[in-house]
Structures are given as C-alpha cells and as structure tokens.
Design a protein around this ligand. Structure first.
Ligand SMILES: *[C@@H]1O[C@H](CO)[C@@H](O)[C@H](O)[C@H]1NC(C)=O
Ligand SMILES: *[C@@H]1O[C@H](CO)[C@@H](O)[C@H](O)[C@H]1NC(C)=O
Length: 736
C-alpha cells in the first residue's frame, strides 16, 4: 500500500507546494476541476500529486500522463507531457481534469507540484501529510482563467537617465516631491527606480502606480499608468507624488533612474546571402519563418527565438476539457481560426515538398519543418474524434476589444467544433489537405508522425465528404471573420492531396468531379480554384486542365480581368492586396515548373513578388531592407515591455510598434500604390498567417529557380513591371 517516502513529502511540504484544488462542477457519476500551480522554480520535468478525500474510480487529464494510482484511488501521480515539461519561474500551470466515481460526489482535493519525474521511488506521503488543508489562492473576479505571467519581463535595464528628488513641500511626516527626467528617446511606457535616503512608508503617485518596494522603504519601483505612457525625446517627463515618512523633518533625499519600456534591445541581422540575385531570398525565408514563431500560441519551447513572446492561452480547451493549446494566432489578434490556419500550413508544407532545395540552401529547412509542425500538432489536437473537429478557439468580438499582449489575456476563449450533424466540408477538407501534405513532408524523417497525420487526413476527408456543409453556417462565430463561400474547391483540394498521399483512385475521381474550369477569381484561404487546376494538370497532364490554368492567367495578366496599379501590382482587392498577388505568383511558379509557359509565368510572378520586396522603393515585408512598415496592426509587437501596461492608448498612438515584427507581410497598398504606415488601418496594415504563406512559398520557388539557374534575372528576362513586350517568349494576352 502506501509507502512513506519522507524525503519527497518533506520537500513538498517545505516548498509549501500544496494547493487546494477547486471542483468547478459535479454530477451523477463525475466531477471536474482544475489544479493550478504558480511555478516558483525552474523545472525541466515535473510531477503533480492530486489527493482526493475519498476514492474515485478514474481520472481523465489531457495535459499530463497518469503515472500511478495509490491509496485505493485517493492519490493520483501525474507526469508532464513532453511539450509542457519546461516550466519557468512565473509560469502558471493548470491541469484540467474530469473524475469519475459512483453517485454525485464532490470531493475535496489538494495538489502539489514537484520538479523532476516520478521514475524510481513511488511518490507518496504518509496519511495526513500532503492532505493538510491549505488556503485557496485568490481568484480575480470576472477572470475566466488566470493570465499567465510568462511574458518575459525586461525590467529596469537602465538607459542611464537619472534625476534627483525635488521636494516641493515638506510637512514633517509627508512631502510633495517629483523627479524631472529628460528622456533621450521617445518614451512608450516607463519604470522609475527610486532610492531614498530614509524610509518612505507610503507613496501616492499622480501618473503612475507602485510596482514594488523594499521592506525597508528605501527602494521604490513605480510604473506608469496606462494613459501616461508617452514622453517625447528631449521633453520633460515629470513623475510627481506624495510620500509619507516618519521621524520629523527633513524629508528624505533621493535619486531615481528612468527606464524606457518602449525600447526593444533585441534586433537581428540579415541572413547571409549566397546568391547574387537582386533580393536576398535567404533573408526573406529566415524572417518569414520568424513571423510564424511570433504568432505561436500555447506553451513555447525552450528554444523559442522571439524574446518578447512567452507562454499564452494555456487554458484553451474543448467542451470535454480536451487540450487545445498551441497553434498560431491568426493575425494582429489572438483568435485561432483553423480554416485559414490549416490553409497556411498546407501551402507552406507544399512549398517545402516542392522547394526543399531552396530551404536547405538558405539554411532554413529545419526551421521550416519546425514551423509547420507547430500548427500540425495543434490541428491534430483539434481532431478530437473521427467525426469531431474543433475549428476555432476564441471569440472574435471579445478578442478584438482587447489591445494587449496574448500573455496577459483573461477573456473567455470558447472553442467551436464541427461534427457530422454540424458539418463543415471546407474546413474538414482543408485540414485533411494540411495533414496529407504534412504526411508527405515527414514521410522519411518521422514515419510515425507521418502515419498519424495520414490517418487523421483520411478520417477528415470522410467526414467532409459524407457530411456536406459550409462550416461558417455551422459555426456562426466564424462567419463574421472567415466565412466560407463554397465547398467545391476544398472538396477537390482535399481529394488531390489524399490522392497524392495514398495513390488511391477514389480520391482522384472526386477531385476531377469537383474540378472547376472557370478562370480563378483569385487565390486565398477560401478559394483554391487555381491550385486545383495546376495540381490536376501536374498529376494528369490532361489538356483540359492546361487550358483552365492558361485561362486563369490570361485573366490575371495585364489586359485581362484584373486591374493593375501604376507600378505594376495585380490588384485584386483592397483588403490584403499583396496576398492575392503573391498567391497567384506562387501558383504561376508552380505551373511554370509543371511545364506551362515557364518564362512568362516566372517573369510575371517574380515582378509581383519583387513589388512586395522593394521595387517601389519600399518593402512591405517588415524588417526587410531599409524602408518597411513600423506600425503594423498587431497587438503583441505593439506593446511596451512588461511590466509596462498596454491598451488602446498604444493602438491609437503615433509611436511605432515597440518590437519589429520581423518577416510579416502587411496587407499592402491601395490601387494607386498608395500606402500609409498606420496601425489603426487593418485593411492595408494588418498582417496574417495566410498573407505570408503563398508569399513565402513563392520566394522559396524563386530561390529554387536561382539554384537551378532558371531565374529570370539569370536569363535576362527580369524587367519590371511585367509587360508582354519585356523580353517574353510565347504568346501573351494583354496590352503592350
Ligand atoms: C534599482 O536601483 C538600485 C540602485 O541603483 C539597484 O541596486 C537595483 O538593482 C535597481 N532595481 C531593479 C529592480 O533593477
Ligand atoms: C460553388 O462553385 C461551383 C463551381 O466550382 C459552382 O458550380 C457552384 O454553384 C458554387 N456554389 C455556390 C453555393 O456558390
């Protein structure tokens, strides 16, 4: 039975690690609750012991493994999963569980966390030892889950800006004082670190709040109130307050240091170029992958590369408590919209299938694989049953009314799913496509993972095929943001990739059945017409697919059905104009590699991509080249370093984002090449996972052409803007 291991239980008690675990609901046969622990030491693996005051028959926990059940079902020993093994000081770890027993029971539960694993000696305690009741931790009213405190805090790395204490009045026990700073750079959020000559036991600060003070009252740290975040370089920043002291006049003397929280000391250098191409494609690939890392939700790995991002949305879960952490935040906001996420994953994974040579030559192949595995892992979690797929986490309305970093979110994040009775053929097929392509990408390097992806791909294809419907009709929460208009293209797209991964003819038959020969309106997360045309041509070499591809590009080339800006951008739509041009450029590069009008398609595609990279004298890719956007509509990168507050006052300020959002492609210009770098403009200046996907793949294709010596610049056909007279061969529809 119970073995008493005194060393461990003593250690646990000594750490004071016992917490009482609230039960949130109970019913006949079961109950659920959440055990939360504030992490006080670095852990690289951990064990949690949950102790119930009565035996229960079983326990379900999604975010940990059950290692042992002891004491007749009263004690459960849980071990971390691989992905949440690293916990850092300041993190908060919450384990949701469902217990089962007979009758309607509402047990009293305590929990403790312990660094290290449970291998070796069993982890238990003497009766009564770990059961000692402890005070529950306070919860903040209105908070549906506690914010994590894991956003890296860049505290007090002083920029040397000091000021002496100025006393305006001294009443013998209280004084009116101020510090007058003259910041050398524009301030976006500040911290002031004060040292007094004698103890100050209370401070009332006009434009700031106390952050902390030392027990002896000699050191105080203040932080700005939200709407007092700003001061111009060279202007006076006055921090005024009243202080209480004891022992009679005179008031203390003092000195303070100002820390500007609006400075990110992190910056990166361009990736080394290995080509003599006009643009450094290595650098584009490097930074574009970094952008996807900035978008990561969930528990970040130890090798994370974005210093200002930490763990977030660790409470994301399904209706039965299934773990839905991970994935990518969609854009400048923090909703996880799976339809565009799966699309972006599919396109990037496809890009690697075709252009691994480019990623390898750029030194980015392992980063790319890591990049696409992140959303694939999340999407696997979302596929909770063969006919159940979560397709969104987070509520658009609640999310969009919050301007702050994801690490500090506290709003409820509901999860939404499709099922056989609430169908979503489009999202099921798109996710199936991402899984099928992923299974091809990982086929050799990780056969087990590849097989898992393929199993899920087949199940989702079945779900989407058998139960037809538009997902945004089933999930109203998605309709205002990513409404799907047609499932025909995804039926073909998903089937094409199932065919590629299995060679089973039933998939190809369905793809051909749903083929649409009409010229593509465009290409996006919602419209896969052109890539279906290109892929079916690649697979079958059938003339009818070739004709469809050529008709689509006739429609897209100058003189066809798409307006062009004066500087040569194919301008499909005001909202995210560069994504449409980049996506079609990617499709043209793939069509060219399939043998269709190669010179002309490559030339046109290169001009579209180079427009975005700087041909107009401005790069729409953040952090690339010399002139690029500094104020994208993106919450995480706009906020000052913690602990400085963030909020709508940051959104609406004229200051640039505090952090450079490396590698993100902004929406893009208007129809007359007009553009302003304005954070409030989410039409032209937002960023999104889907904007970067076709773009990144197109750049990988151009890099691959360079390696193959087929790049337009190497062939002397690189004049931009593209026109039918600029050195093309072959017949082109369009004007000179
Ligand atoms: C505040 O300033 C004092 C004196 O310069 C320094 O010793 C202390 O480390 C600073 N506090 C923080 C949190 O940086
Ligand atoms: C969807 O697109 C197909 C062509 O691909 C078309 O035949 C069909 O009418 C469209 N459905 C809707 C609902 O628009």
């Amino acid at each position: 039975m119970l073995t008493v291991i005194l060393t461990l239980s003593t250690a646990l008690l000594a750490l004071g690690a016992d917490v009482s675990v609230p039960i949130s609901s109970h019913w006949n046969g079961g109950f659920q609750g959440s055990a939360c622990f504030n992490i006080m030491e670095e852990m690289h693996s951990w064990t949690v012991v949950l102790t119930f005051d009565q035996p229960i028959s079983s326990l379900d926990v999604y975010t940990a493994d059950i290692k042992e059940t002891l004491d007749g079902g009263k004690v459960f020993v849980l071990q971390n999963k691989e992905w949440n093994k690293d916990e850092h000081v300041g993190d908060k770890l919450c384990l949701d569980f469902q217990g089962h027993g007979s009758g309607d029971i509402n047990p009293t539960v305590t929990g403790s966390i312990h660094a290290g694993d449970s291998t070796g000696a069993p982890i238990t305690a003497g009766p009564g030892q770990t059961l000692a009741p402890t005070t529950p931790r306070p919860t903040v009213p209105g908070q549906t889950h506690a914010p994590t405190t894991a956003r890296p805090t860049v505290l007090f790395s002083s920029d040397g800006n000091k000021a002496p204490l100025k006393i305006n009045s001294d009443w013998g026990d209280r004084f009116d004082g101020e510090f007058d700073f003259t910041p050398s750079q524009n301030v976006i959020g500040w911290v002031v670190n004060i040292t007094f000559s004698k103890p100050v036991n209370k401070m009332d600060i006009i434009a700031g709040d106390e952050y902390s003070h030392s027990a002896d009252g000699l050191n105080w740290i203040l932080i700005n109130k939200g709407d007092h975040a700003f001061a111009q370089a060279g202007s006076s920043l006055q921090v005024k307050f009243f202080g209480n002291y004891a022992g009679g006049k005179p008031a203390p003397t003092g000195e303070a240091t100002l820390v500007n929280m609006g400075i990110d000391h992190w910056s990166i250098s361009p990736a080394a170029t290995t080509d003599t191409s006009k643009y450094n494609y290595n650098d584009v690939l490097y930074k574009s992958i970094l952008f996807y890392e900035t978008q990561r939700s969930g528990k970040l790995p130890a090798n994370k590369r974005i210093p200002y991002r930490g763990d977030s949305a660790l409470g994301d879960k399904g209706d039965a408590g299934e773990d839905l952490t991970g994935g990518w935040y969609d854009a400048g906001d923090h909703v996880k919209f799976n339809f565009p996420m799966a699309y972006s994953t599919a396109i990037l994974a496809w890009g690697y299938l075709m252009y691994a040579d480019a990623y390898k030559a750029a030194g980015q192949d392992t980063y790319l694989l890591d990049s696409i595995k992140w959303p694939l892992d999340y999407l696997l979690k979302c596929h909770t049953k063969p006919d159940e797929l979560y397709v969104q986490v987070g509520d658009g309305g609640a999310d969009h009314s919050y301007w702050g970093p994801p690490e500090l979110m506290t709003m409820a994040r509901p999860a939404y799913k499709i099922t056989a009775s609430k169908p979503g053929t489009d999202v099921a097929m798109e996710t199936a496509a991402a899984f099928a392509i992923g299974s091809l990408v990982f086929k050799n390097s990780d056969p087990t993972y590849s097989a898992t992806l393929l199993t899920h791909a087949k199940q989702l294809w079945e779900l989407g095929e058998k139960h037809r419907g538009i997902y945004s009709d089933s999930v109203q929460a998605a309709a205002a943001y990513y409404r799907s208009y047609n499932i025909t293209d995804e039926l073909a797209w998903g089937s094409i990739w199932l065919y590629q991964a299995t060679n089973e003819n039933k998939y190809l038959a369905l793809a051909e059945k749903y083929f649409d020969p009409a010229p593509a309106w465009g290409m996006s997360w919602d419209d896969k017409t052109i890539v279906n045309q290109v892929m079916l041509y690649k697979i079958t070499k059938d003339e009818k697919y070739k004709t469809a591809v050529e008709d689509s590009f006739k429609f897209w080339f100058p003189g066809g059905g798409i307006p062009y800006t004066p500087k040569g951008l194919a301008y499909r739509l005001q909202w995210g104009s560069l994504r449409y041009s980049s996506n079609m450029a990617m499709a043209a590069l793939v069509a060219a590699d399939a043998g269709l009008n190669a010179d002309q398609y490559r030339h046109w595609a290169m001009c579209q991509i180079h427009y975005a990279l700087g041909d107009t004298g401005f790069s729409y890719l953040i952090g690339f080249g010399d002139k690029y956007p500094h104020s994208p509509h993106h919450r995480a990168s706009s906020c000052p370093n913690l602990p400085a507050p963030c909020g709508p006052f940051i959104m609406s300020s004229k200051e640039p984002n505090v952090h450079i959002l490396y590698g993100a492609l902004v929406g893009g210009p208007g129809q007359s090449d007009d553009y302003t770098d304005d954070r409030s403009n989410y039409v032209n200046n937002e960023v999104a996972c889907d904007y970067n996907a076709g773009f990144q793949t197109a750049v990988a294709a151009l890099k691959s052409l360079w390696l193959r010596k087929e790049h337009p610049e190497q062939k002397g056909t690189a004049q931009c803007p593209f026109s039918t007279g600029s050195g093309n061969t072959g017949s082109v529809v369009g004007k000179k």
